[in-house]
Write a protein that binds this ligand. Structure first.
Ligand SMILES: Nc1ncnc2c1ncn2[C@@H]1O[C@H](COP(=O)(O)OP(=O)(O)OP(=O)(O)O)[C@@H](O)[C@H]1O
Ligand SMILES: [Mg+2]
Length: 313
């Protein structure tokens, strides 16, 4: 059953240089207990998509479409109703733990604040819960560490703190934004294992550049390019039978698959040209690709692709 359903979601930022169309007509479904990986190169709109689900973007942001969680369109809720959803129903692990944690507050106090806000616990009960949460993310000596400041934590430990904070109010859905970026391989694998463990009974949108991590955790993968989804399929199908030329290029650029970068650069999100957005970089491009913007088509078995090779409408 669908837990979160995005329908034609658009997120645009008015700026001095023009409108940045960061997210364009995204349709995405996250099922109860489902784990969806969201991958794509830097600047394609992954974080903006995550933040828009939580409604954490600046007030002048133009958001259109539907963002239905448990049957309610979150875009229609008041700010007060939305505050009850954040943390408690949907929690986000923000992209950069170094800047997301307050450097002058003890780690335990930061987690306690999140807990007290939602659960109305008194100071002592919140403190106990903090220690419980730090232990749950396997931080050794949690009582002692709760009294330390963020700079006393290593990168991997800081990521664990971010995960503890997200779990503090027992959310149903977690949006994890690049929780393994910048960590070395051993620590990365530990975080992946932890994420897998703590999301056993939850749903997750797992935003990452790291396909190996996504493969380990997610049952479905959504591939994003220049603000839109270009492919969506079961994880195995994305790896074994990628259909979109961008997905194929993305896989070929990975170190264990040839390290062959995709030529050229993704387009600016201001004044996006008509036609296929990947056209200038695509080895399979034909004349029609420059003019016609392909629709997402289903190839069967839950495999969707946005490419004129398959869109014969
Ligand atoms: N508040 C904003 N105002 C204007 N443009 C923005 C704003 N926030 C993000 N953008 C732009 O939206 C686009 C998408 O940004 P986003 O941070 O979502 O990319 P990303 O896919 O998360 O990249 P990365 O992999 O590097 O984290 C970028 O071009 C970015 O510059
Ligand atoms: Mg990002």
């Amino acid at each position: 059953m669908s837990l979160l359903k995005l329908t034609h979601l658009k997120v645009h930022f008015p700026t001095q240089d023009g409108i940045v169309k960061a997210v364009n007509t995204i349709d995405l479904d996250i099922e109860e207990n489902g784990k969806v990986g969201l991958i794509g190169e830097t600047g394609c709109g992954k974080t903006v998509l995550g933040l828009s689900i939580m409604r954490l973007l600046q007030p002048d942001t133009r958001i259109k479409g539907e963002n239905v969680y448990k049957g309610r369109d979150l875009l229609k809720l008041s700010e007060e109703e939305m505050r009850k959803i954040r943390g408690k129903e949907i929690a986000m692990i923000l992209q950069n733990p170094t800047t997301s944690l307050n450097p002058v507050l003890k780690v335990g106090d930061q987690i306690a604040e999140a807990i007290r806000l939602h659960q109305g616990l008194d100071k002592r009960a919140a403190k106990e819960k903090v220690v419980e949460m730090l232990a749950a993310v396997k931080i050794p000596s949690p009582e002692k560490r709760a009294n330390e400041y963020p700079h006393e934590f290593s990168g991997g430990m800081r990521e664990r703190v971010m995960i503890a904070m997200a779990l503090a109010c027992n959310p149903t859905l977690i949006i994890a934004d690049e929780p393994t970026t910048g960590l070395d391989i051993t620590i990365k694998m530990q975080i992946v294992r932890l994420m897998k463990e703590v999301t056993k009974q939850r749903s997750m949108l797992f935003i990452t550049h790291d396909l190996d991590a996504a493969a380990e955790i997610c049952d479905n993968i959504a591939v994003m390019y220049a603000g839109e989804l270009v492919e969506y399929a079961k994880t195995e199908a994305i790896f074994k039978n990628p259909r979109h030329p961008y997905t194929q290029g993305f896989l070929n650029s990975l170190p264990n698959r040839g390290l062959k970068p995709i030529r050229g650069m993704s387009p600016s999100l201001i004044g996006i040209p008509n036609g296929c957005r990947f056209y200038p970089r695509c080895d399979h491009a034909e004349a029609a690709c420059k003019i016609q913007h392909p629709e997402m088509v289903e190839l069967g078995n839950g495999h969707f692709v946005r490419c004129l090779q398959y869109d014969r409408s």
